[in-house]
Structures are given as C-alpha cells and as structure tokens.
Design a protein around this ligand. Structure first.
Ligand code: SF4
Ligand code: SF4
Length: 81
C-alpha cells in the first residue's frame, strides 16, 4: 500500500529527494505523499526510504490505499513510461 505522512511531520525535507518516484511534495505545513506515485520503493530499495529517513516516524502505511506487491510493481512500470 502507499504510504502517507502524518501531522507529526516537522517539514525537515529529509525524505524529499530520496523518493525514487518523486511522490513527495511540500504543502504549506507538512509534506505529503501522492498515493498515485508511491510504490513503497518496490523495485528500487529493500525498504521505504522515507520511513528510514524520517526523524519523527511520520511516514506510515495508508490503509486507504491497500495494494499488493504486484500492483505496486505495475504502478512503478507505469510511472517509468
Ligand atoms: S515509500 Fe518510497 S516511493 Fe513511497 S513515498 Fe516513501 S520514498 Fe517515495
Ligand atoms: S522526513 Fe519526515 S519530518 Fe521530514 S519532511 Fe519527510 S515526513 Fe516530514
């Protein structure tokens, strides 16, 4: 499933440049993840980069966007086109 960023975000930008899908952007107060672009880093890294980098654990699974690994990989391929 895609990840989302909670209001714990302190807008430090640590996650921004490491997202392989350019899924993260800055909103006025916090950063957000575009669920149409997040693949949990599947196909790029062994684990989610934003989760690893976030100093306040604000990147969490988004239960509103449940996807199988196959669906996530298909999304990755679509984004690569
Ligand atoms: S899990 Fe990976 S693809 Fe998804 S927002 Fe975080 S860094 Fe980007
Ligand atoms: S690394 Fe965490 S605190 Fe920093 S901008 Fe990203 S989500 Fe927010």
């Amino acid at each position: 499933m895609a990840l989302k960023i909670t209001y714990d975000c302190i807008a430090c930008a640590a996650c921004l440049d490491d997202c392989p899908n350019q899924a993260i952007s800055k909103q006025p107060d916090i950063y957000v993840i575009d669920p149409q672009r997040c693949t949990e880093c599947l196909g790029f890294h062994d684990s989610s980069r934003c989760v690893a980098l976030c100093p306040v654990d604000a990147c969490v699974p988004d239960p509103d966007h449940r996807e199988t690994p196959e669906e996530l990989l298909a999304k990755k391929e679509l984004l690569a086109d």
